[in-house]
Design a protein around this ligand. Sequence first.
Ligand SMILES: Nc1ncnc2c1ncn2[C@@H]1O[C@H](COP(=O)(O)OP(=O)(O)OP(=O)(O)O)[C@@H](O)[C@H]1O
Ligand SMILES: [Mg+2]
Length: 273
Amino acid sequence: MQSTTVKDNATDIPILDLNGVSVFRSGKMILKEINLRVSKGEFVGIVGPNGSGKSTLLLSILGLLKIQNGSIRMFGHPPLSKQLFGKIGWVSQAAANLPRDVKITVRELVQLGTVNARNMLKMFGNNNREQVNKSIQMVGLEDVQHIDIGRLSGGQRQRAVIARALASNSEFIILDEPLVGIDRDARNSLLKLLDNLCHEEGKTILMVSHDLTAMRQTAHRMIFIEETIRFDGDAKNFPDLSRLADLRGISHVHENMPSHTHAHTHTHSKEEE
Ligand SMILES: Nc1ncnc2c1ncn2[C@@H]1O[C@H](COP(=O)(O)OP(=O)(O)OP(=O)(O)O)[C@@H](O)[C@H]1O
Ligand SMILES: [Mg+2]
C-alpha cells in the first residue's frame, strides 16, 4: 500500500497542534481557548485540579469529544483521520483497572496492539512476534508474559497496557493518570521507561498525572491546566503550590494574554515577597 506521509517536511510538522480549542460538555464550558504545540521527542506532563479538564483535553485530541471552537491537528491531520491510524497510542485513566475476569495473557494483550485493519488476517505473523517481544521486553514483563493479566499487580497491568501501545509502534503516546494505584518503585521505573522512549526511540509523550513531584522530575515540559492553560514551560520552572494558587487567582487580570507563550507565568503580585 502506498504511504501517504510527506517525508521531506515531516520534521517541521508538530506532532500535536491545538489552536484556540474550546470544549463544552453538557452545555458547560470545560476548556477555553487552548493553544498547545508539541514537537517530536517531547515529554509533556499535564497537571491540574480534579475536574479541570485534563481528560477532556485528551479525549478531544483523540477525537472522542467534539470541540466547539478552534482546531486540532496531529502530524498535520485532524483527529480520527485515517492518516493517523497506528500513529497514536492511548493509555486510558482506567488502564490499571482492566477487568480481572478476562482470561487473556500479557502477551496476548500486547499482541492486540499490533492488530489493525490492514493486518487483521495475519495478526500472528512473524513481524508481529518480534514487535511484541520487543515491547514486552521494554516494559520488563518477560517473566510474566504468559500469565493472565488478572493476576498481575496494578503496576504490571499498567505496563502491559503501555506495552500494547508500544507494540502498535505509535509515535505519539497519550497517557491519562498511568501512575494511579501503583507503588513507588513501579512508578519510578515506569517513568524511566517513558523517559527512555522519548530519548532513545524518539517517541512523543503527553501524560496527565496528579503526581506533581514525579512529573517535575520526569517531564521536560509541564502544563498546568484549569479551564485553560495557566502555565506552559520547562518542568524545572514549574511554580510551587503557593504560586500556582496565585496563577489561578490572577488569571483574570491576564485574560487576554496568549496562553501558549512561556512568558505568562510571571507572578507579578508576588514580587514583594
Ligand atoms: N460525560 C460528561 N458529561 C458532562 N460533563 C462532564 C462529563 N465528564 C466530565 N464532565 C465535566 O467536565 C469537567 C472536566 O472533567 P475532566 O474529566 O476532563 O477533568 P479532569 O481534569 O480529568 O479530572 P480528574 O483529575 O478528576 O481526572 C468536570 O467539570 C466534569 O464534571
Ligand atoms: Mg481525568
